[in-house]
Design a binder for this molecule. Structure first.
Ligand SMILES: C[S@@+](CC[C@H](N)C(=O)[O-])C[C@H]1O[C@@H](n2cnc3c(N)ncnc32)[C@H](O)[C@@H]1O
Length: 283
């Protein structure tokens, strides 16, 4: 049986994502929302979204549920963390108050019964979530359940960096162990990243502040919030692009869009379900 959220946090097995999203919420503005809308549209590539259904598994701040609603989807959002649910509800309150086409609740990507009861959706979106469930392959399996025939599955999963991923797992475990660990990891890595970025930009004659602006333009997110999410984000699992490709190809999906990284961070995949196509396998 899955431990409750609070038990996992208490044991040092889980990062409180929602608390991090809470501090991001104040910086959400039209500019960030537009960036989120554009990035979602660019990956899904449909001509018209009006009336299509969108399931956001692990909605976090709620920014992408909001972006989907702005595109015209009917949105269903859920998250395992009460504070993430509250953030998503706050965004709805601000931008789509009393809207019947956006439902938000608490739920888990690991709860098969819960997911089965949601029905099926034109798009199932789970960005940076399934690797934080503690049972990534089960969560990846469950994410297939609510995808309609010919519907799309848009997921982002941490890249497998082998030894480096194992080291990052240890860093995250130290972060979540107690307050001292959190303080140590935070002060070391935030200085490490901030200084590293600064030196890299200066030596390339680039304005060090432009990195923060450019980051915002990608998905509307904030670099600092994402850094905290990265150094603290536990549970933590990783997969290579090939492993994810093969997993969903076996389930008769076809890959429509792929954005990979050769670094830390996520590989992004947009799959289409039940595309009657011969199976491919990547090594
Ligand atoms: C890194 S955030 C990503 C949020 C959002 N999808 C985005 O793209 O900004 C990961 C989110 O997954 C949620 N999460 C973790 N385990 C989950 C589970 N078992 N079921 C649903 N959500 C979960 C966390 O609470 C957190 O809000």
């Amino acid at each position: 049986m899955e431990n409750t959220f609070l038990e996992q946090v208490k044991k040092g097995d889980r990062f409180e994502f929602g608390a991090n999203w809470k501090s991001f919420l104040d910086s959400i503005n039209e500019h960030r929302i537009n960036n989120a809308v554009e990035s979602l549209d660019a990956m899904l590539g449909e001509k018209n979204y009006t009336g299509l259904t969108f399931l956001d598994i692990g909605s976090g701040s709620g920014l992408f549920s909001l972006a989907a609603r702005k595109l015209g989807f009917k949105v269903y959002s859920f998250d395992f963390d009460k504070q993430s649910v509250a953030c998503t509800k706050k965004l709805k309150e601000l931008y789509f108050k009393e809207d019947n086409n956006w439902i938000i609740e608490e739920g888990s990507a690991l709860d098969v019964e819960y997911i089965r009861n949601l029905g099926t959706f034109d798009v199932v979106y789970s960005w940076g979530v399934l690797h934080h469930t503690g049972q990534m392959w089960k969560a990846l399996d469950n994410a297939d359940l609510p995808v309609k025939e010919n519907g799309k599955l848009f997921i982002a999963i941490y890249n497998d960096q082998h030894l480096k991923s194992k080291i990052w797992l240890t860093v995250k475990q130290i972060y979540n162990a107690n307050m001292i660990g959190r303080l140590l990891v935070k002060s070391f890595f935030i200085s490490f990243f901030t200084l590293g970025y600064f030196i890299r930009d200066i030596t390339r004659l680039k304005n060090p502040l432009s990195r923060y602006r450019e980051y915002k333009q990608q998905r509307g997110m904030a670099l600092y919030t994402d850094l905290i999410d990265w150094i603290g984000g536990l549970p933590f699992e990783v997969a290579s692009p090939a492993a994810i490709f093969n997993f969903y190809t076996e389930k008769n999906y076809i890959l429509q869009k792929l954005v990979t990284t050769n670094h830390y961070g996520c590989n992004q995949f947009v799959f289409k379900k039940n595309f009657l196509n011969s199976k491919h396998t990547l090594q």
